[in-house]
Design a protein around this ligand. Structure first.
Ligand code: 9MR
Length: 342
């Protein structure tokens, strides 16, 4: 029987994101959270892709110079495999949140020692997850915060300004098939940052440095300029790259004055969600990699600590109820759909 689904689908349990979207829909998780049965149920039903919010970062895996602990990442991969979900690897190289031993030693390494260590790390981790993750954020947030050139990180200082390209080559040498992404924030809201990244992309493409896609994190607020967002989608897709909206959340309490998510704010958030998805969905199929949310429920978002206030930035509330923002996602896909009852 053909069923036409129109209007508010929020409470229709049969509707799930992974079934509705033609591209993978992901969520950032931790092994602790997915160990809870209600949590696991929702994550399994709704999402077709998982990112480890933390446990596949060097801070967790890289226990000493040449020792690695894959246990937490492996448990996440097993969870995903049991639910036919793809796993996106995040992240091989990041200037922040280094393991303590590396923080203490990194300044003392000469360039060659650090390069060798980092190459071995990248290659060991990529080999370990070969066939288990579909993609990696190779270097995270290597561009300066304000978008003005590369970030003056310890990696840039010690390894020189071409280190991102070499990290991509090391990753490619260890897995010819895994998709390699460059991931950063404010790409959709800071045109200067977009430009710096596009210069890097053009340079990589001219030199044949492996790069399959760009992760636009999309930690955004209600003030996001849709024109800037559209420009980023256009510029990146025109270069033949895949686009991952890789860490989506929508803040609604920037000044901290709100004590609840009011119906008006929920409505603005729904509208922005819908517009973000609608424009993403209009990209050519080959440019759509996935949309990943940076957490499932509002109460677990990193933004509460980071901004000091609740931001209600995600699809689900504390009680595992779908919010208006969820409806916004569905609206962005299409308001009316025809499905077939099996
Ligand atoms: O959400 C993550 C938080 O739990 C961690 O404490 C933090 C440091 O590892 O990283 C957060 O995730 C970040 C992501 O890895 C990269 N982009 C920005 C995200 C928010 O800070």
């Amino acid at each position: 029987m053909a069923v036409v689904v129109i209007g508010n689908q929020l409470h229709t349990e049969k509707i799930t994101l992974r079934e509705q979207a033609s591209f993978p829909v992901g969520v950032a998780v931790s092994p602790k959270r997915i160990a809870q049965s209600e949590y696991a149920k929702v994550v399994g039903q709704e999402f077709s892709s998982l990112t480890a919010e933390n446990v596949m970062k060097p801070q967790y895996i890289w226990t000493s110079e040449r020792n690695y602990d894959f246990s937490k990442g492996d448990s996440l991969v097993a969870f995903a495999q049991a639910r036919q979900q793809q796993v996106h690897g995040h992240t091989l190289v990041w200037h922040l949140m280094q393991p303590d031993w590396l923080k203490n030693t990194i300044e003392s390494y000469d360039s060659a020692t650090l390069e060798n260590l980092l190459r071995d790390y990248i290659q060991t981790v990529v080999k370990h997850y070969r066939g288990k993750v579909v993609s990696w954020d190779v270097v995270n947030e290597a561009v300066a915060s304000n978008g003005d050139g590369m970030r003056e990180s310890v990696y840039l200082q010690k390894l020189g300004d071409d280190y991102v390209a070499r990290c991509h080559q090391y990753a490619r040498q260890s897995d010819p098939d895994v998709l390699l992404f460059y991931n950063d924030y404010s790409i959709a809201s800071n045109p200067k940052k977009l430009n710096t990244i596009l210069e890097m992309v053009d340079d990589f493409q001219a030199r044949g440095i492996p790069l399959d896609g760009i992760g636009m994190q999309m930690h955004v607020g209600l003030d996001l300029s849709l024109d800037d967002y559209q420009k980023a989608l256009d510029e990146i897709s025109q270069r033949g790259l895949k686009i991952h909206l890789s860490e989506v959340d929508i803040k609604v309490n920037s000044n901290g004055k709100q004590t609840t998510l009011t119906p008006e704010l929920a409505e603005s958030q729904r509208e922005l969600m819908s517009e973000i998805v609608r424009r993403y969905n209009q990209l050519p199929e080959e440019n759509k990699f996935a949309i990943t949310f940076w957490g499932l429920r509002d109460n677990e978002s990193w933004l509460t600590n980071h901004t000091g206030f609740p931001q209600w930035p995600l699809l689900y509330d504390h009680d595992f109820q779908r919010k208006s923002m969820y409806q916004g996602f569905l609206d962005g896909l299409e308001t009316a759909q025809t499905t077939v009852d099996k």
